[in-house]
Design a binder for this molecule. Structure first.
Ligand code: AMP
Length: 307
């Protein structure tokens, strides 16, 4: 693989040359590498405490996100914007991890080269597991979708309990779903785990900024005694910190729309997410966000109608 030829020399170039391009976005390219070798000398913020994962993370697999130079911006402005966005992304990830949100470990940041190196999360996106396909794939039609309810409603958190195996149609070829089903995990449980993960995130005052089911990964946690998998939130490139219920409500609304556009019967699924979110946040914090969420939805509907 070759890196962008307009990138000024930086050690990042060495890794980019060897990485496999897995996603090309408007702002960044994402590469996958077996490891960071030789280890970078620039900045290596990783420490055992920066990961909140309950599993043993794969220390070898690495994701490199390269915010390539934008020709349409003045070079000085471009360098400074790229650098501040990268640093902010790394800080958000570190802050989230510090407060127990499961996110990829930040292995390395080269802000001048526009690169951030992250632990590669082995697993499946929530989108894939729910049958939304990989990003860009055709969506499932409503009638193709079968209701799958394997998990018996639990007590408070919904975490730390196993599903009771029941009948359920599994979409063929969906490896993640088959694995979860084999572990007795159903959709309700998955929705509750997502809600809990979002509550944890928002309790840190971080707003993700781009919550979609593609930006949530499911990683199995074979060593965990409490839960066979965890939700790993990825892509903090648009994250920010916030104080107002409105900000949290918009984050939730973005995810609600993502559910609606990619998953049949999304209302029921998303209700499960919100229920767990509310529980995780606590009544006092949830109420004002709930009010704002209703307002945001109304505005969204109005916009849809007026264009
Ligand atoms: P992003 O631009 O951060 O949304 O990343 C684009 C895609 O790269 C995601 O949808 C994932 O499929 C993949 N990806 C990004 N970060 C990671 C990670 N830490 N581990 C595994 N896959 C990742």
């Amino acid at each position: 693989m070759s890196s962008s030829s307009s990138t000024p020399y930086s050690p990042s170039a060495y890794y980019l040359e060897r990485g496999e391009l897995i996603k090309q976005g408007a702002e960044a390219k994402v590469y996958s590498l077996p490891s960071l070798f030789p280890p970078p000398k620039i900045y290596y913020p990783s420490s055992p405490s920066s990961s909140s994962s309950t599993s043993t993370p794969n220390r070898d697999g690495v994701i490199i996100k390269h915010r390539f130079p934008k020709k349409y911006r003045h070079p000085t402005l471009d360098t400074s914007l790229t650098s501040s966005r990268l640093i902010f992304e790394a800080r958000s990830l570190a802050r989230a991890a510090k407060y127990g949100v499961v996110v990829p470990r930040v292995l390395w940041v080269d802000d001048r080269g526009g690169c951030i190196g992250l632990e590669r999360v082995e697993g499946w996106s929530v989108r894939e597991v729910l049958g939304g396909g990989a990003e860009g794939e055709m969506e499932l039609q409503e009638e193709e979708e079968e209701e799958v309810e394997l998990y018996m409603p639990s007590s408070q958190t919904g975490e730390g309990e196993r599903d009771v195996q029941g009948e359920g149609e599994v979409e063929e070829g969906n490896e993640g779903w088959e694995r979860l089903k084999g572990l007795g995990v159903g959709r309700d449980h998955l929705m509750r785990s997502i809600g809990s993960a979002l509550a944890k995130l928002h309790l840190t005052t971080i707003i993700h900024g781009d919550l979609t089911t593609s930006n949530m990964m499911i990683r199995l946690t074979p060593d965990s005694k409490t839960q066979p998998y965890e939700i790993v939130l990825i892509d903090f490139g648009l994250s920010s910190t916030a104080q107002f219920p409105e900000n949290y409500a918009v984050d939730l609304y973005v995810l609600e729309r993502a559910f609606a556009s990619t998953h049949p019967r999304s209302e029921k699924l998303y209700a499960g997410v919100l229920e767990a979110y509310a529980r995780g946040l606590g009544e006092k914090k949830w109420k004002p966000i709930e009010i704002k969420l209703k307002e945001v939805r109304k505005r969204g509907r109005k916009r849809d109608m007026t264009g």
